[in-house]
Design a binder for this molecule. Sequence first.
Ligand SMILES: NC(=O)c1ccc[n+]([C@@H]2O[C@H](COP(=O)([O-])OP(=O)(O)OC[C@H]3O[C@@H](n4cnc5c(N)ncnc54)[C@H](OP(=O)(O)O)[C@@H]3O)[C@@H](O)[C@H]2O)c1
Length: 332
Amino acid sequence: MSVGRSVLPPDHQSPHVSRPVGQRSDTCGRHPQGRCDVIARTQRIGLGTVQWGLDYGVTNSNGRTPADEVGRILSRARERSIDTLDTAALYGEAEAILGAHDLDGFNVITKTPRFGHTPITQQDAEALCSTLERSLERLRVESVSGLLVHHADNLISTGGEHLLDALSTLKAGGKVRRIGVSVYTAAQVDSILARFTPDLVQLPVNVFDQRLITDGTLSRLARLGVEIHARSAYLQGLLLTPASQTPDYFSPWRSKLDAWQKACADMGTPPQLAALAFVCDHPEVSRCLIGVQNLAQFESCLCGLDDVRSFDASAFASNDPAFLDPSRWKLA
Ligand SMILES: NC(=O)c1ccc[n+]([C@@H]2O[C@H](COP(=O)([O-])OP(=O)(O)OC[C@H]3O[C@@H](n4cnc5c(N)ncnc54)[C@H](OP(=O)(O)O)[C@@H]3O)[C@@H](O)[C@H]2O)c1
C-alpha cells in the first residue's frame, strides 16, 4: 500500500442541501436574483464500478471496461466534481482496477464479503476485517470513506452484532470513515434501524421503483441523518433500452417500458438524463450512483443533466418485484 494515498474525504455536502423539484441548478426560486446554496445534479452523481470488475448487466454486451477507459472516466469525473466511487470486494477486479489509478480526492466506498450462513460468528467478523485489509491493499489507500455491509441480511441475522462490532472498531481505528449497509427493502431498513443508525445506506431508486420513496423509508432515513446513496437509476440499463429490444422475460412490462420511452421523447429529454433527474430531485438522496461502461456513456449521462426540467413520474411506479429486482430476472 502506498503511503499518503488516503482517500479520507472532505465531508460530503449534506444530502438535505439540494434543489427543490422543478428548479434548475443555479437558482432555487426563492432567490431568483442570484445563485443560492444548491448542489447541481451532476455533482450528486457517483460512479458504480461493478462493470469495471465483472462481465455484468442485462444490457451489457461489451464485457468489462478496459483499465485505460476507466482512467478516462475517472479524469472526467474529477473535472465535473463527481467525488464518489462505489465498489465492493465482490466486484471481481474492480478494486484493483481503481487502485491502478489516482484516487486522491475521491470518496471510495467498498463493501463486506457475503456470509452465506447463519448464525454469524466472531470468525466472520474477523473475515470482514481481513477482507477490508485486502480491499485497502487493492485500492492502494490507507482508508476508505465508507464500508457497507453488502448483504443486509448478514447484519440482521443471529450473530449480526459480531459484524456490527467489527464495523465500529474499524471506524474507531480510522480505516473507515463511515459505516453502513446496502439494502433492497424497507423491511431490511426497519431491522437495521432496530440495531443501529448507519452513517450511510445504499438503496435502489428509479422511475419504476419508487417503493422506498412512497413508503416513507427515504424520509425516515433522512430525518435520522443517514446519508442516502441511490443505485439502479437505470435498472441495469433497461430504462435506456427500447422495449422491443429487451429480452422476452420483460414482455409483461413492455407497455410500461414503451410509455417511459414515449414520455421521454415527448419531453425532448434523453432517457438517461430523465432517469437521473428523477432520482437526483429527491432531496433525501445525497448521491445517485450510475454504472457506465465507457466514457461516451458517462458523457451521455452528464451532458445537459442540470437543465432537465423535473417531471411527474408517478404513472411509472411499479410494485412488482419480478420486474424491479434483478436477482429475480429469469434470462436465458
Ligand atoms: N446507453 C447508455 O447511454 C448508458 C448510459 C449509462 C449506463 N448505461 C448502462 O446502464 C447499466 C447500469 O445501470 P444502473 O446504473 O442503473 O445500475 P444497476 O446495474 O441497475 O445497479 C448496479 C447494482 O446492481 C447490483 N447488481 C445486480 N445484479 C448484479 C450482478 N449480477 N452482478 C453484479 N451486480 C449486480 C449491484 O449491486 P449489489 O452490489 O448490491 O448487488 C450493482 O451495484 C450499465 O449496464 C450501463 O452500461 C447505459
